[in-house]
Design a protein around this ligand. Structure first.
Ligand code: AMP
Ligand code: MG
Length: 533
C-alpha cells in the first residue's frame, strides 16, 4: 500500500520539540536564539518530475507520482499540505578550516517527517525551493546539473553500501537560474531543479557549533537531547555527562566507518566543511564530489580547493578527525566544561577508521585475515603501487577479483593476466616505469593468495561481492546531465538502473565500467567542478 505524497501525513518533531522562530520572514539575517526558522517554499513556474527513486518510495510507502500534478507540486515546493510545517535549520560551520559563523539551510527546507510502513521516521527536505533567512546573498535555488548529481550519487552510494542520505525525486522547475559555474566571470542561465532528499535527520556538526559559538547553551542541550532521544535511543535518557560522552563516541565511530567506506570505494566528497558533516555519520551534501579514477591521494575535483587541496582524497580521514575535534569543542559544555573530556573518543575515531579500512581492504583483496607483518606490509605497499601505475581504483579491484583464480593457479597464466590487468586499469602509457612497481606488488600478492584455504572460485566470488563494477564515474554523471539538459532522460534512467546493482556483472552495460576516456580527462564537469551549484 502506497500513498501519494500530497496525501501523506507529516510529523514535525523538529519544529515542535525545539525552539524556532515563526516570523516567516525570508530576508537574509542572523537568527540568534533559535534552532530553526519556519519558512514557505517559493513556488516555481512549471514543475515536472524527471526522476523518482522507486525503492526508496516503496520503503517510505510513497507512490511514484505522475509527471505533473499535486504530488510533484509537493516535491517542487508549490504545494504545502496541512500537516507540514516547513523549516530551515540554523547552523554554522568551519569552511576550509575557517570559522564562518552562521550559515544555515540557505536553499534547503525540510517539509517534516513521514513514518514509513516499518515505523521508522524520515525527514524530507527540498533542496532549491527558494530563499530562507540563511540564504545570505544567494537565491535559494539549485541548477539541474548539481541536483542530478546529488540525486544519482546519493542513490548510487546507498546501493554500494556506503552510509548516506537518500534522494527520492528530481524535479525540473521550469525556471532558469543564473550561475557562474567556475566563478570566472561567465554567468549563464541554466535550468533549475529541486531534489527531495531523505534522511532520519539532516542535523550537522554545524548545528551544534553555532549554539556553542554564541553561547546558546540551552539550545545546544535541547538539540543534543533531541538527537539522542530520536536517533541514539540505545544510549538512554540524555542529561548526564556520561550519556553525552558516549554519544560523541558513537558519532566518532560512525564517522570513521563512513570515511573508511569513502576511502575504499574512492569517493572524494570535495567540501568536508563542518556544516557538511552529518550528526548520524551519513554522507551528506553532494556538491563538487568525484570518484577517484587514477589512484592519486592528492586528487580533488573541486576547483574551489585548488589552492590548498585540503579536501583531497588522501586528506579525508584526517579532515574528518579535524571536524570531530571542532564538534568536540562545541559539545564540551555538555560534559562539564573539561576540554579533555571528549579526547578519548577521538582515539575511537582513529581506531575505528584504521580497523574498518584495513578490514575492508583485506576483504577487497580476498584475504580472510592479515596473519603476519608481511601481510600488513603487503597492504601498506598497495597505495604506492596503485599510484605509481596510475591504476583506476574501481577497475583494479574488479579485475583483480576475476584474476584471483589465475593468480592462485600461478604458472604461465599469471603473466598474461597481469598484462590484462594493467592494460584494462592503468592510465599510464604501456611499459611505464610504474607498471613494474605494480607487477612486483602483484607477484607478492599472488604468493599470499596461494596461502588462502578454500577454492579459488570462492575467493573470486567473495571479492566480486565487495569490489563494485559500477560507480558513478565523473564523466558518466556529466553525460547524464548533458542529455537531461536536452530533455533526454535516457542516460540518467540507464545509470540509475545499473547503479542499483553495482556488484552485479550486467555485461550489457560493460561500457559504463570502462576506464575514463581520454576526452574526459580535463573536461569541466568531468574532471573539475566548483561549489557553484
Ligand atoms: P554548501 O557549500 O552547499 O555546503 O553551502 C554552504 C552554505 O551556503 C549553506 O548555508 C547553504 O545553504 C548556502 N548556499 C549554497 N548555495 C546557496 C544558494 N544557491 N542559495 C542560498 N544559499 C546557498
Ligand atoms: Mg552544505
Amino acid at each position: 500500500m502506497t500513498t501519494s505524497i500530497d496525501q501523506a501525513t507529516f510529523h514535525n518533531s523538529f519544529v515542535e520539540e525545539l525552539p524556532g522562530e515563526a516570523s516567516f520572514d525570508n530576508r537574509p539575517r542572523q537568527v540568534p536564539g533559535y534552532t530553526y526558522s519556519r519558512v514557505r517554499p517559493t513556488p516555481v513556474s512549471a514543475p515536472h518530475l524527471l526522476a523518482w527513486s522507486d525503492d526508496l518510495g516503496r520503503q517510505l510507502g510513497l507512490a511514484r507520482p505522475p509527471e505533473r500534478g499535486p504530488a510533484v507540486g509537493v516535491l517542487a515546493g508549490n504545494l504545502v499540505t496541512d500537516s507540514m510545517k516547513p523549516f530551515a535549520a540554523r547552523y554554522g560551520g568551519h569552511q576550509f578550516g575557517n570559522w564562518a559563523g552562521q550559515l544555515g539551510d540557505g536553499r534547503a527546507m525540510s517539509l517534516g517527517e513521514i513514518t514509513a510502513p516499518d515505523g521508522s521516521s524520515w525527514e524530507i527536505q527540498l533542496k532549491g525551493a527558494g530563499p530562507t533567512p540563511y540564504s545570505r546573498r544567494a537565491d535559494g535555488r539549485a541548477v539541474l546539473r548539481s541536483s542530478l548529481r546529488e540525486f544519482l550519487c546519493s542513490e548510487a552510494m546507498h546501493y554500494l553500501g556506503v552510509p548516506t542520505t537518500r534522494a527520492l525525486s528530481l524535479v525540473a522547475t521550469g525556471d532558469l537560474v543564473v550561475r557562474d559555474m567556475f566563478y570566472n566571470g561567465n554567468p549563464q542561465q541554466e535550468p533549475g531543479a529541486i531534489v527531495a532528499r531523505v534522511a532520519p535527520t539532516f542535523i550537522r556538526f554545524g548545528n551544534f557549533q553555532i549554539m556553542a559559538a554564541l553561547n546558546e547553551l540551552d539550545n545546544l542541550r535541547a538539540l543534543a537531547d533531541y538527537v539522542i532521544r530520536r536517533h541514539y535511543p540505545e544510549l538512554g535518557e540524555p542529561g548526564s555527562a556520561e550519556v553525552y560522552r558516549r554519544w560523541f563516541e558513537e558519532i566518532c565511530r560512525r564517522t570513521a566507518v563512513m570515511v573508511a567506506h569513502w576511502q575504499t570505494v574512492g569517493f572524494v566528497h570535495g567540501v568536508m566543511n563542518t556544516d557538511n558533516m552529518s550528526i548520524l555519520g551519513l554522507t551528506i551534501d553532494y556538491g563538487p564530489y568525484g570518484w577517484l579514477e587514477p589512484y592519486e591521494p592528492g586528487w580533488t575535483p573541486n576547483t574551489t580547493d585548488f589552492s590548498s587541496y585540503r579536501y583531497a582524497y588522501g586528506q579525508q580521514p584526517r579532515i574528518a578527525l579535524w571536524n570531530l575535534m571542532a564538534l568536540a569543542q562545541a559539545l564540551t559544555p555538555l560534559v562539564g566544561d573539561d576540554p579533555q573530556a571528549l579526547r578519548p573518543s577521538l582515539d575511537v575515531y582513529a581506531d575505528t577508521f584504521n580497523a574498518t579500512y584495513t578490514q575492508r581492504l583485506t576483504q577487497k583483496l580476498g584475504l580472510t585475515a592479515l596473519r603476519s607483518e608481511a601481510d600488513q606490509a603487503l597492504l601498506e605497499a598497495l597505495p604506492a603501487a596503485l599510484e605509481a601505475a596510475e591504476m583506476d581504483l574501481t577497475l583494479f579491484f574488479r579485475r583483480l577479483s576475476h584474476a584471483a583464480p589465475v593468480l592462485v593457479a600461478g604458472g604461465s597464466g599469471e603473466e598474461a593476466i597481469v598484462d590484462d590487468l594493467l592494460e584494462a586499469a592503468s592510465y599510464a602509457a604501456p611499459g611505464a616505469e610504474g607498471h613494474e612497481t605494480m607487477r612486483q606488488w602483484l607477484g607478492q600478492y599472488a604468493g599470499r593468495l596461494r596461502q588462502e584455504a578454500g577454492p579459488a572460485s570462492a575467493i573470486r566470488d567473495a571479492m566480486l561481492q565487495v569490489n563494485p563494477k559500477y560507480v558513478l564515474r565523473n564523466y558518466l554523471a556529466q553525460q547524464a546531465i548533458d542529455a537531461a539538459e536536452q530533455e533526454d532522460l535516457s542516460v540518467l534512467n540507464r545509470l540509475m538502473e545499473v547503479l542499483k546493482k553495482p556488484y552485479a556483472e550486467q555485461p550489457e552495460h560493460d561500457d559504463l565500467a570502462a576506464k575514463r576516456p581520454e576526452w574526459a580527462r580535463q573536461k569541466p564537469g568531468c574532471a573539475t567542478l566548483s561549489c557553484s551549484s
